[in-house]
Design a protein around this ligand. Structure first.
Ligand code: NAD
Length: 483
């Protein structure tokens, strides 16, 4: 009998054992069964991967851009062919439902499709006559070795925000996937290699903070892309900047959905249920606060509670399951402590996810939880819980709703449910959030647009994806020429 496999690092085109000897089990959060053992690699492992990436950069940056793009096209084809397998891996290591995992794989593939546009994206520009007989132009180049650090909640999509575009732009990459969801990343690297990616262009070093610090401190890493929680994002931003790197650090969120009295309630309830409880609330674009305006509150709350009670909970691989587990026992314990805090602070607990019954029994399940009459300042209003816990705040006007949302420390997403063009315009002009939905519960931008949170939801200048991503992964040379 063979036990769970110990993962290896991928360095210079070889699968190699980590040097540290330290490991951690990776459980399937729906069953508790160990899926794999992940090494907690050392700085020595990071240095080996960075050295391989640096060596590969010398050749990769010279590969003609259309040839690089062709490898991306082949990779896209392989990802499509392995869609089922990849989605199943996402569900097994993350816990989200298979339907959501399919959607996540699609989002990852779209990033590869965008990156395959590198010949156009990498173009510079020219002005032939800045003065008599003098022209000026800029040329775009890769920055060098890029380090990517990713969270557990989108094991495919978030790494795909980073390495396909960075690599298409001519950089080489060292990825540190979340140690809580490290399995899929290995498959992503295998398929890229099968697509023809040369050794050393994409490297993977598994582990936790030692690997992160190794990347942040390495003099041979030019840029850091980070996605994860707010405190770590702030730390990564400051530390990477102190080591002279460019950095983009996407962080946590507390997204407010405002529901106006004229909203289509069938649509609003369906969208909010998905946005609050889909992926067990473990999305940076999840709705964690609903702000009910005026007389919509009673009916909205009643319908949300009824719909939430009907949610099927269980192993995401099982047909018909909507709500899977949270990622770890510790995440469940943290969520339960927030539910207790909400009760103690006087919010009205309408639906209590602590009492959940899920098939299988051993997973880290929390049922959908709804608090009504939540007030600004309560912990459940303020903090990112990252679990299927929804707070409802009641106000009288759209302006009050916008003011409350704007007092959140975070500014990732925001949603308005209404049929009024005037309200939409007023909302867009006054809300402090980077990604807005109008009658759309999860307004996550597609790969060709930037993922554009701000305040404590983002540290840096250039966001992930779209033209921002191209700017982040390239530098420009300006030339003024007289011939
Ligand atoms: P996390 O911050 O715990 O971990 C993210 C990465 O940082 C992991 O690779 C982890 O190993 C590393 N890390 C953790 N603690 C560290 C430390 N002390 N020092 C150095 N490195 C450390 O985040 P998570 O729990 O994996 O992911 C969930 C968080 O990510 C949520 O806050 C969510 O909102 C956020 N997120 C944000 C976006 C966005 O676009 N803004 C997208 C997805 C997730």
């Amino acid at each position: 009998m063979t036990g769970p496999q110990t993962l290896r690092n991928y360095i210079g085109g070889e699968w190699v054992e980590a040097t540290s000897g330290r490991t951690e089990a990776v459980p399937n959060p729906a069953t508790g069964e160990t899926l794999a053992i992940v090494p907690l690699s050392s700085k020595e492992d990071v240095n080996n991967a960075v050295a391989a990436a640096k060596a590969a950069f010398a050749q990769w940056k010279q590969v003609a851009v259309p040839r690089r793009a062709r490898i991306l096209f082949k990779y896209q084809q392989l990802l499509v062919e392995h869609w089922d397998e990849l989605a199943k891996l996402v569900t097994q290591e993350n816990g989200k439902s298979l339907g959501e995992a399919y959607g996540e794989v699609q989002r990852g593939i779209e990033c590869v499709e965008f990156a395959a546009g590198a010949p156009t994206l990498m173009m510079g520009s020219t002005l032939p006559d800045i003065a008599t007989g003098i022209e000026s132009n800029f040329h775009r180049y890769p920055v060098g070795v890029v380090g990517g650090i990713t969270p557990f909640n989108f094991p495919m999509m978030v790494p795909c925000w980073m390495y396909p575009l960075a690599i298409a732009c001519g950089n080489t990459f060292v990825l540190k996937p979340s140690e809580r969801t490290p399995v899929l990343a290995c498959r992503l690297a295998e398929l890229f290699t099968e697509a023809g990616l040369p050794a050393g262009v994409l490297n993977i070093v598994h582990g936790a903070h030692d690997v992160v610090n190794g990347l942040l401190e390495s003099p041979d890493v030019a840029a850091i892309s980070f996605v994860g929680s707010q405190p770590v994002a702030e730390y990564v931003y400051k530390t990477a900047a102190a080591h002279g790197k460019r950095v983009q650090a996407l962080a946590g969120a507390k997204n407010h959905s405002i529901v106006m009295p004229d909203a289509n309630l069938d649509l609003a309830v369906k969208e909010i249920i998905n946005a609050s409880f889909g992926s067990a609330g473990e999305r940076c674009m999840a709705t964690s606060v609903v702000v009910a305006v005026g007389n919509v509150a009673d009916e909205l709350v009643a319908r949300l509670t009824e719909a939430a009670k009907a949610i099927s909970i269980g192993n995401g691989l099982d047909e018909g399951v909507f709500l899977g587990p949270v990622i770890r026992d510790s995440a469940k314990a943290r969520t339960l402590s927030y539910i207790e805090a909400g009760e103690q602070e006087g919010a009205q607990l309408l639906l209590d996810g602590r009492q959940v019954e899920a098939a299988g029994g051993c997973g880290y399940f929390v049922g959908p939880t709804i608090f009504d009459n939540v007030k600004e300042g309560m912990k459940i209003w303020k903090d990112e819980i990252f679990a299927p816990v929804l707070s409802v705040v009641r106000v009288e006007t759209l302006d009050e709703a916008i003011e409350i949302a704007n007092r959140s420390e975070f500014a990732n997403g925001g949603v308005l449910f209404t049929d009024s063009a005037k309200a939409i315009r007023h909302y867009r002009e006054n809300i402090d959030a980077g990604m807005l939905g109008i009658n759309v519960g999860v307004p996550a931008p597609m790969a060709f647009f930037p993922f554009s949170g701000y305040k404590k939801s983002f540290y840096g200048d250039l966001h992930a994806n779209g033209k921002d991503g191209v700017e982040f992964y390239t530098r420009k040379k300006m030339m003024v020429a007289r011939y």
